[in-house]
Design a protein around this ligand. Structure first.
Ligand SMILES: Nc1nc2c(c(=O)[nH]1)N[C@H]1C(S)=C(S)[C@@H](COP(=O)(O)OP(=O)(O)OC[C@H]3O[C@@H](n4cnc5c(=O)[nH]c(N)nc54)[C@H](O)[C@@H]3O)O[C@H]1N2
Ligand SMILES: Nc1nc2c(c(=O)[nH]1)N[C@H]1C(S)=C(S)[C@@H](COP(=O)(O)OP(=O)(O)OC[C@H]3O[C@@H](n4cnc5c(=O)[nH]c(N)nc54)[C@H](O)[C@@H]3O)O[C@H]1N2
Ligand code: SF4
Ligand SMILES: [Mo]
Length: 577
């Protein structure tokens, strides 16, 4: 027996899976191209939570559900918080939002992920419509900007063979080593690089004036803004040479260019402006509304789909959540004690909550402190549908096997809705609702119908239909003391799921020995980790992967300016023996 489903993980690729005799294989047809990544290749080897627990004692699922009901009843409705993460990215995860919102509990808003960049894109274009990643196949030049495709979007790699590749990344990543040009800039300086690129493009008459006059007519004002930058001083402080700027411009002029951005360069307080300046460079090149051109980032995986669920509720930020304002906190598909910024603050705040419920698959820092643990069913054992934030395919995810362990989000929600008198439609109703947004194309795949392959063909979604350039420059190059913390994605884990890293990585010339334990500290906290050498790093950087225990002791719970997004690389760090 074989069935087709899709990987549920929070990942650009949203692969489709052939489930055959208990084995997971990448679907040959379509965007998955017959291969999966290490997470899915070894998915079954990771031990999941088998039994519900209350204060350390195993209980039955019925008892667990009753406890959950009692916990919800034990306080005011406004003292119940539903905190949902992105452990599973499929659409039925949101069914629990429907219960908690309808009941009168509080939900979260904001993001730990891509929010600053998204806000920057929206300020410039009036919306965040993504260049679907398959468009890259038609590009001549691909710029990876703060994105690490070998680790986080490997299904993109077959599409870029034979193309000119440019990488802008403080780490000499695998793609950087193979690239035609790598700009290994100082971290947190992309805003200046993007502005200087726009300025020199203008000086060299490389702008797409026809496009600009029609869709971005304020470009001369933007050019003037870029003139406030002192070229030599800025280039010195961001560690980029005039030659590199010239090389980059030489490679992209009059070419079909895709700028494939990741979350790397927007993990800072001014992340909104950083992304907007990169978008402005794309506008200066006239990359919007044309085949094989554009800016790829994390679009919304919900774009073109309306939710069947009620989500109207009071909301608190997901970044600096004051858990102690609540008596019952229901955590689903998330590991906030590891993945939220400023772990000491999270731990203290959540420590004051009477009832912490963890609804997930794996044991972790959050299950460790939870009062009630309810195991979820993995994607193989429940019905769902998913979409991607980097392409337009909708994948159906029928239940492909049976398991007595855990409970699905829909079944848990059915129980709660029944107990508290909230209306809920059937599971089939919701799945059908989502599927109705898809159409099948000749390649056999289903695509979200209302998403454009080449967005912004008729102008932008701002009021004036024109691109809105940055009109002020508020940032300075960060020359504070200390090392830059790079905390990006690990090849072996999906944030805190699967095989988590345990090291901190440093340039070997800094005088720390391999294997030596050092203390890394920031204004918010510290962590002890073992050193590993990595000469692909700059000497002013410390790399600690997402999912490493204790990394978020170092990070700030402040928001990016003007949006509720986390900024994991804002704090500088020090290292001591
Ligand atoms: N294997 C694996 N895949 C994943 C994930 C995972 O944990 N593991 N997580 C998933 C999730 S949740 C997300 S959001 C995506 C994110 O995936 P990506 O968008 O690729 O994000 P990151 O790995 O955080 O960072 C990408 C690159 O940005 C670089 N970078 C860091 N700081 C700067 C800077 O200041 N400027 C520039 N130009 N570059 C910088 C880093 O060195 C890194 O190479 O990946 C998804 N896929
Ligand atoms: N230092 C640092 N911190 C970061 C980042 C970083 O790059 N560096 N990245 C940030 C980003 S981009 C993101 S997106 C966040 C991610 O942070 P989280 O959303 O907390 O993601 P995970 O760590 O993957 O934890 C997901 C949890 O979901 C559970 N789960 C998996 N599948 C299911 C399911 O089907 N049902 C239920 N109920 N539970 C399930 C698993 O048990 C797992 O514990 O982390 C952020 N934190
Ligand atoms: S590449 Fe991404 S979508 Fe594909 S199997 Fe791996 S985690 Fe899942
Ligand atoms: Mo993310």
């Amino acid at each position: 027996m074989s069935s087709i489903t899709a990987c549920p993980l929070d990942c650009y690729d949203a692969c489709e899976i052939l489930f055959e005799e208990g084995k997971l294989k990448g679907l040959k047809n379509g965007h998955t191209q017959g291969f999966l990544c290490p997470h899915m290749n070894h998915y079954e080897k990771y031990e999941t939570i088998q039994k519900p627990r209350y204060k350390g004692t195993e209980i039955s699922l019925d008892e667990a559900l009753l406890k959950l009901k009692e916990m919800i009843c034990s306080c005011e409705k406004s003292e119940v918080l539903h905190y949902r993460g992105s452990g599973n990215f499929a659409l039925m995860q949101e069914v629990t939002d429907h219960f908690f919102a309808s009941y009168g509990a509080v939900l979260t808003e904001g993001t730990l992920c891509d929010g600053a960049g998204e806000a920057g894109i929206t300020e410039g274009r009036g919306s965040n419509k993504n260049m679907p990643i398959h468009e890259v196949a038609k590009s001549e030049v691909v710029i990876f900007w703060g994105r690490n495709p070998h680790t986080t979007s490997s299904h993109l790699l077959p599409l870029i063979k034979d193309k000119t590749v440019i990488v802008i990344d403080p780490i000499k990543t695998k793609i950087a080593k193979a690239a035609d040009l790598h700009i290994q800039l100082k971290p947190h300086t992309d805003l200046f690089l993007a502005m200087l690129l726009s300025r020199f493009l203008h000086i060299e008459n490389g702008c797409d004036e026809e496009f600009l006059n029609e869709f971005a007519s304020e470009y001369e004002d933007y050019y003037e803004l870029t003139q406030n930058l002192r070229i030599k001083a800025i280039l010195d402080s961001i560690d980029v040479s005039l030659g590199q700027l010239g090389n980059l411009l030489g490679l992209v002029k009059d070419k079909k260019v895709a700028i494939v951005c990741g979350v790397g360069m927007q993990k800072y307080s001014d992340g909104v402006d950083v992304m907007r300046a990169i978008d402005a460079f794309a506008a200066m090149l006239g990359l919007f509304g044309k085949e094989g051109c554009g800016v790829g980032y994390l679009g919304s995986s919900r774009e073109g789909i309306t939710s069947p669920f009620n989500k109207k509720s009071k909301k608190v930020s997901k970044v600096n959540t004051e858990f102690n304002d609540f008596k019952t906190v229901f955590i689903q598909g998330a590991n906030p004690l590891s993945q939220m910024p400023n772990s000491a603050r999270v731990r203290e705040s959540i420590g004051k909550v009477e009832n912490v419920v963890y609804f997930g698959l794996y044991e972790n820092e959050t299950s460790e402190i939870a009062d009630l643990i309810i195991p979820a069913k993995s994607f193989l054992y429940k019905d769902d549908v998913r979409t991607s934030y980097s392409h337009n395919v909708m994948s159906f995810m029928p239940k492909v096997a049976q398991s007595n362990v855990g409970i699905s989000e829909y079944d848990l929600c059915t129980y709660l809705c029944k107990e508290f008198g909230v209306t809920l439609e059937s599971e089939e109703f919701y799945i059908r609702h989502f599927k109705n947004f898809a159409v099948q194309k000749i390649d056999g795949s289903w695509y979200v119908e209302n998403r454009e392959e080449v967005p912004y063909k008729d102008g932008f979604d701002t009021k004036s239909k024109e691109f809105a350039f940055l009109d002020e420059l508020d940032s300075k190059v960060d020359d504070n003391e200390g090392f830059h913390l790079i905390t990006c994605k690990s090849p072996t884990s999906l944030n805190s799921q699967f095989n988590r890293q345990e090291y901190l990585f440093l340039h070997s010339s800094l005088g720390f020995d391999e294997g030596e334990v050092v203390t890394v500290s920031s204004v918010d906290g510290s962590v002890k980790l073992k050193v590993r050498h990595n000469d692909d790093l700059r000497r002013d950087c410390v790399l600690i992967y997402s999912g490493t225990k204790g990394v978020n002791n170092l990070t700030t719970h402040k928001h990016a300016l003007s949006t509720k997004s986390a900024i994991f690389q804002e704090n500088k760090v020090e290292i001591s023996r």
